[in-house]
Design a protein around this ligand. Sequence first.
Ligand code: ADP
Length: 243
Amino acid sequence: MGKAIGVKLIDELGRRHDGRLPDQMRPVKMRINVLENADGSALVEYGRTRILAAVYGPREPVQKFMALPDRALLRVRYHMAPFSTEERKSPAPSRREIELSKVIREAFEDIILVKYFPRTAIDIFLEVLQADGGTRTAAVTAASLALANAGIPMKALVAGVAVGKIEGQLVLDVDEIEDGSGEADMPVAYAPDIEKITLFQLNGVLTREELERGLDMALNAIRELVELEKRTLKEEYVSTEEV
Ligand code: ADP
């Protein structure tokens, strides 16, 4: 963070430091069935951000006393691999990882049909393999794919993206350099098919008009991400990168 101090992040033509337009996502790649030993798995990339998701369940909880009589127990672990950042991150769970695990769990609590599976556990493991901004939102997208790949019934597919404000402009899918010197960062997760926003955070300051415009930007991008998820579930692998 702070690497871009003094460097302009948007040029006179409205291009960002990596050549993207304000409302352009990084290249997205999605793949399912990447692990043998999980019930469902997915690998999602937003540019250099790369997330592996593994889903287990519904299964009997290892600690049986944790089972809930009327629904499945949903557990989420968001974890950054020690090699995922430029400076080695401690493998021990940080407060940030504990908070993000909770926020991501809440993004799925009203999406997964937990009432179908009383006394069971559904576990979602999210491993950040490479971090370059937007890991929580790419993790939501990876979790949605891995849950669908595990055959766990959901009301709808979910995807996430963050909108930021840098140098006075709203931009879609902020990377680490933009996040580190931006004025605001707004991660959003959304299930377009049921029109539900399941994660919404705002760091920094936006006007009401910017918030509404930024939210529209995020929701439009998420509609496209969910279409890509649907294609991935049929074709196993999709990429928006030009070849
Ligand atoms: P998100 O990844 O959802 O954008 P943050 O806004 O907290 O979450 O983090 C922004 C970016 O900062 C991350 O994607 C990652 O590239 C970097 N980052 C976060 N935590 C660490 C850490 N402990 N060590 C190094 N880089 C980190």
